[in-house]
Design a protein around this ligand. Structure first.
Ligand code: FES
Ligand code: FES
Length: 149
């Protein structure tokens, strides 16, 4: 059993302590916006925030996540107001198939919290998420658009 705080709600989940957080989020909490890609903390599809920091949820255990504030893509907007990254994604038409994009958006939101005006080097360092559709140029453009607003 684990108590997880996800998007401001407490979930009592029937999981083993070493269960990867990604599994608990998707299978037990039923929040399927966070995607499974590689399962080995490489692709970034499963990126969530833990206490505001971008984390690859397939590489974190449930026991490591207990007591932390977890935010998934479902919890990024404030009520009916989209997060500025979500707004920019729509305005710039960033996603193609969309599969990687919830993780991409979470990674970018965390970067902009830390560095509101990131350089290309900052983006290269922080956004290592893999997009099979190759949306990297649109992602970078959207980040710079938000940063210059
Ligand atoms: S599924 Fe977690 S990084 Fe790929
Ligand atoms: S938009 Fe298709 S994998 Fe990134």
């Amino acid at each position: 059993m684990a108590d997880l705080t996800i998007n401001g709600k407490t979930f009592k989940l029937d999981v083993e302590p070493d269960t990867p957080l990604l599994w608990a989020i998707r299978e037990n909490a039923g929040l399927t916006g966070t995607k499974y890609g590689c399962g080995i903390a490489q692709c970034g599809a499963c990126t969530i925030h833990m206490d505001g920091v971008a984390m690859r949820s397939c590489g974190v255990t449930v026991s490591e996540a207990e007591g932390k504030k977890i935010t998934t893509i479902e919890g990024l907007a404030s009520g009916d107001s989209l997060h500025k990254v979500q707004e920019a994604w729509i305005a710039q038409d960033v996603p193609q198939c969309g599969y990687c994009q919830s993780g991409m958006i979470m990674a970018v939101a965390a970067l902009l919290n830390e560095k509101p005006k990131p350089t290309d080097a900052d983006i290269d360092e922080a956004i290592t998420n893999i997009c099979r559709c190759g949306t990297f140029a649109q992602v970078r453009e959207a980040i710079h658009t938000i940063a210059s607003a």
